[in-house]
Design a protein around this ligand. Structure first.
Ligand SMILES: Cc1ncc(COP(=O)(O)O)c(C=O)c1O
Length: 411
């Protein structure tokens, strides 16, 4: 336990940046043992290593019992009938899209997401139609989606971004009224819920990533879930060269299988996923409260400096990331300057994402400049440290650093 010195090391005068660590002042972290707050916590514990080692010792390295166990347990936890592991979250999207969408289909996609949600729509030969984000939750705006439906629209690919479910009722209602298939990209939202149900209960298919930094991180890895037996069969065939018997191939497919070393790490980490998700949710409440208090202290009733993203009504977020928006009406610096100053004080941040998807060179062909909210988020969004290992001391450092930087840059 680090001893915390009794008074802040250096507090700049309001509106002056001279005491900031980024300007040569003493960082807040100096009073907290000198170490920055860890942005994430992805380490393995001995049990994870033991389970992986047991697979290595068994010599059964291919997809086998551990992948099956992960499918059964994670499927039950997510509320889905079929859970199918695969090599990564990008493959998962491909395996879900291929049986549900056909080349030439128009698919409604989020303008604000990670690229894979949309690039795999393009890889399927479909036309992505960008849908704007909501300004408060930053999730796909289903009213904008409804406006963009044409006679060629066949599906919705929606991301539960940052761990927060989209407005699933609105998405489901739109899909039902227009006869659209829905794939939810749940790469960031393991164990999130909507109206009391797990993510596996909704849509035609749901995809997951188990990339190293995800809430359930196995290094690389992914999964697809669905509740339809026929679709599950198609996905399983696609995942493994359409093989129905040894060297008998009913259809053309891929090798997108997971392996049992990855499966074992997933099973072991799954033991802790529920409690870690609860801890993330508690941490998010703590952030909401501290940001509310800091905004009130620094800006009074009228203004704000850093505003947390909201959670969709009816949803619980898995808080893969804790996201906030800088309010440039309240502060004089840019988001990047804010992040740099906060980092120098000992609070690392990340920008998810520095560009909206229509503004990615790879996808600009489909950019109709009709997603102004998503386009504007790229200059305002930032993510604060979020994981199950944040301590009281980390939160004290974070709160002090945010207040110090906001005061220094207050308009
Ligand atoms: C929303 C989203 N979709 C898809 C993916 C792709 O997953 P993977 O990296 O496992 O291929 C990611 C990973 O970052 C993601 O965040």
């Amino acid at each position: 336990m680090t001893t915390i010195a009794s008074a802040p090391a250096s507090v700049p005068a309001p509106g002056s940046t001279s005491g900031l660590a980024v300007s040569g002042g003493t960082p807040v972290s100096a009073r907290f043992g000198g170490k920055p707050v860890p942005f994430m916590s992805t380490g393995l514990v001995q049990a994870d290593i033991d389970q992986a080692t047991a697979v290595l010792k068994s010599g059964m390295l291919r997809a086998a019992k551990k992948c099956e166990e992960l499918e059964a347990r994670f499927g039950a936890m997510s509320g889905s009938k079929h859970m199918m592991t695969c090599a990564n979250g990008t493959c998962a999207l491909q395996l879900a899209y291929e049986p549900l969408f056909a080349p030439g289909d128009e698919i409604l996609v989020p303008a604000w997401s990670y690229i894979a949600t949309v690039s795999m729509v393009v890889a399927r030969g479909c036309t992505p139609v960008f849908v704007d984000a909501l300004p408060d939750t930053l999730q796909m705006d289903m009213k904008d989606a409804a406006k963009k439906v044409t006679s060629k629209t066949r599906g919705i690919a929606a991301t539960h971004l940052y761990g927060t479910p989209v407005d699933i009722d609105a998405c489901g209602a739109l899909a039902a009224s227009k006869g659209l298939k829905v794939v939810y990209d749940c790469a960031q939202a393991h164990l999130a819920t909507y109206k009391g149900k797990g993510m596996g209960a909704f849509g035609d298919a749901v995809t997951y990533s188990f990339y190293a930094t995800k809430n359930l991180g196995t290094g690389e890895g992914g999964a697809i879930s669905c509740n339809d037996d026929g679709l599950a069969r198609k996905i399983k065939l696609l995942r493994s060269h359409g093989e129905t018997d040894k060297y008998l191939h009913e259809s053309v497919g891929y090798n997108y299988r997971m392996n049992d070393i990855t499966g074992a790490i997933g099973c072991s980490k799954l033991d802790r996923l529920e409690s870690q998700t609860t801890q993330r949710q508690k941490n998010a409440l703590r952030y909401d409260k501290l940001l509310g208090e800091i905004n009130a202290r620094v800006f009074g009733a009228a203004g704000t400096g850093l505003v947390p993203a909201k959670v969709t009504p009816g949803a619980t977020s898995a808080y893969h990331l804790y996201t906030a928006l800088v309010d440039t009406a309240g502060i004089t610096c840019s988001r990047d300057e804010f992040c740099k100053a906060l980092g120098a004080e000992g609070v690392p941040t990340a920008v998810h994402y520095p560009r909206s998807l229509p503004q990615q060179p790879a996808l600009s062909k489909w950019n109709k400049n009709d997603c102004p909210v998503a386009d504007s988020l790229s200059a305002r969004v930032l993510c604060l440290p979020m994981h199950h290992d944040l301590t009281d001391e980390h939160f004290a450092l974070i709160a002090e650093a945010i207040e110090k930087v906001l005061k220094a840059y207050k308009r």
